[in-house]
Design a protein around this ligand. Structure first.
Ligand code: SF4
Length: 348
């Protein structure tokens, strides 16, 4: 099968409607930048799922970070995207403008240098992300423990993919196939999705991030409609069992827990938290629960589960834009509202 015949098949497809969810923020961004939607028949529908770590972080987590950043003797350390995510009242960026202590870094390990320079302060790292980032947080904890560093703590909102996909299917979402997350699968291995595929008789295809790879994966999903299988279209980096070393390091420090997802509530076994023996390094992650919206009209919850399109939100482009996000899906480059907004601008 040549790429031209794959393209022709996807454009001319006139079978049953096929709803495909991508559950990786990088796929959402790649689909938008490669113009994949314009290359598909009207019967193939792409839905952006809960795969952007920033978008699924609940407001209670942001509120807790803000509380810590305003506490005397404390400083919050985080990635740039998290600074702009709305909490129930404001973002970390807003809090910083009124004196909160917040530092932005590119890697969790940067926290070590920062903490060593100010031993009088407690530095709390905002540990947000999926299975892909969890090993780096485990590495940070490993160094903190081995070096006896006492002023680095973490607040975790680490999420894991299989449980949330299971919840989406349990809730009866009309999905006919999943573009399985490429980066997450590097760590977990593609076998992580086999049970859900089998239970719901639904295909998963692990895809890479180029236009060509995405098109081939979509072709495979349409061709395998109704079959409970996992196909690996990204074999250069993804294996059945994943990265055992990274999984072992993560397991050493973290254990599964129920986690709150923005718009989806608490999902059993869908997060990671420090094991009891390291819980003195945790700044209260277990107490995070509720998800309160900053703007009541925001429909991020429905966008994240594929039941609404970003353009159906009354605030989309009218009050909610990348420079003034009202919900988490408009903050990150991987958020579905962000990518739809940028695409709309390009199309005009
Ligand atoms: Fe929320 Fe903005 Fe997306 Fe609407 S457009 S769902 S307010 S992020």
């Amino acid at each position: 099968m040549t790429i031209d015949s794959v393209k022709a098949f996807l454009k001319e497809y006139d079978g049953e409607d096929m709803r495909i969810m991508e559950v990786c923020g990088s796929h959402t961004a790649a689909i938008a930048s490669c113009g994949i939607r314009d290359m598909l028949s009207d019967r193939i529908h792409l839905i952006s799922g809960p795969g952007c770590p920033v978008c699924v972080t609940p407001s209670s987590y942001i509120d807790k970070l803000i509380e810590l950043s305003l506490k005397p003797g404390y400083c919050v350390v985080t990635f740039g995207d998290i600074m702009r995510v709305p909490g129930s009242r404001e973002s970390l960026l807003d809090a910083r403008s009124r004196g909160a202590e917040v530092v932005m870094v590119y890697s969790p390990l940067d926290c070590i240098d920062i903490a060593e320079k100010s031993p009088e302060k407690i530095f709390v790292f905002a540990a947000v992300g999926f299975e892909t980032t969890a090993p780096v947080y485990a590495q940070l904890i490993d160094r903190v423990i081995k070096a006896g560093i006492e002023n680095i703590h973490i607040l975790t909102a680490i999420k894991t993919m299989p449980a949330v996909i299971g919840r989406i299917m349990e809730n009866g979402a009309p999905i006919d196939g999943f573009l399985a997350p490429g980066h997450v699968s590097v760590i977990t291995g593609y076998d992580a999705f086999s049970d859900i595929a089998r239970v719901y008789a639904i295909p998963f295809v692990v895809a890479g991030f180029t236009g060509e790879r995405l098109l081939v994966a979509l072709f495979d999903l349409v061709k395998n409609r109704g079959r409970g299988l996992v196909k690996n279209d990204y074999p250069s980096v993804v294996t059945r069992e994943g990265n055992l070393k990274a999984k072992e390091l993560t397991d050493k420090y973290f254990k599964p827990c129920g986690a709150v997802w923005r718009g989806l509530g608490k999902i059993k076994g869908s997060g990671l938290i420090l094991r009891e023996e390291y819980s003195h390094l945790d700044e209260g992650s277990v107490f995070l629960d509720e998800d309160i919206k900053l703007n009541k009209a925001c429909i991020c919850d429905r966008v994240l589960t594929g039941s609404k399109n970003p353009a159906e939100c009354p605030l989309f482009g009218r009050g909610c834009t990348p420079s003034s996000p009202q919900g988490a899906c408009m903050v990150s480059r991987e958020g579905s509202c962000f990518t739809h907004f940028v695409n709309d601008i390009r199309g005009k």
